[in-house]
Ligand binder design. Structure first.
Ligand code: HQG
Length: 177
């Protein structure tokens, strides 16, 4: 499959598995899983047909391992804006995690901390380089260090997505380094 087709299918999956399944009449279960035959049928019905083999290739080749395929079901492993309970295992974070953002958000972030905004959780990266690339989606990136070890010690919980993204519900400003 050429790279452009791969990216198009991946973006189509992101849209409908993370943000707007109703657009193609798809339903997700509470943990974000969709039925694969139903997804293929819904996509075809809405003018964007792709095959099961293409889907499997996109899931396997995805640069960020964004999707999990489990028999006849598929879900995005992070990044949702719709309410989901992904039930990833709770995990003890390292002393620091990182968040990539841009300068224009800093005043609000220092005032209220990191909030999920349109997503179901705050997304944190295990290293500065990954955070930098997340921030660069919006402009010149600024990387914030999060004292995640202290947060965990204070009772904040973290989930680790199978693709290495850390999720938590809120980072209060006192934990930003
Ligand atoms: C900012 C992508 C004002 C925050 C990435 C960010 C990631 C605040 C933006 C995943 C704020 C939200 C998530 C506050 C946070 N006031 N702005 N209190 N708190 N912000 O896209 O972390 O490639 O929802 O800094 O790689 O950028 O799609 O979150 O700039 O893993 O798989 O509000 O999405 O994954 O933006 O990205 P987003 P994010 P995929």
């Amino acid at each position: 499959m050429d790279e452009r087709r791969l990216v198009r299918i991946s973006k189509y999956l992101a849209k409908h598995l993370r943000h707007d399944p109703g657009r193609i009449g798809l339903t997700l279960d509470p943990a974000g899983w969709a039925d694969v035959p139903a997804l293929l049928a819904a996509a075809a019905r809405h003018g964007f047909p792709f095959t099961r083999a293409e889907l499997e290739h996109v899931v396997a080749a995805n640069d960020k391992r964004r999707y999990a395929l489990d028999g006849d079901r598929i879900r995005a492993v992070q990044g949702h804006s719709i309410g989901v309970d992904l039930a990833h295992p709770s995990a003890t974070p390292p002393e620091f995690l990182y968040h990539g953002t841009v300068a224009r958000f800093l005043p609000a972030i220092h005032r209220e901390g990191l909030r999920p905004m349109n997503r179901h959780a705050v997304h944190l990266s295990p290293d500065r380089e990954t955070a930098r690339s997340v921030g660069s989606r919006r402009g010149e990136p600024v990387v914030l260090a999060v004292r995640s070890g202290r947060m965990a010690a204070a009772g904040h919980t973290f989930q680790l997505s199978p693709n290495g993204v850390w999720l938590t519900s809120h980072v209060p400003p006192e934990y930003l380094a």
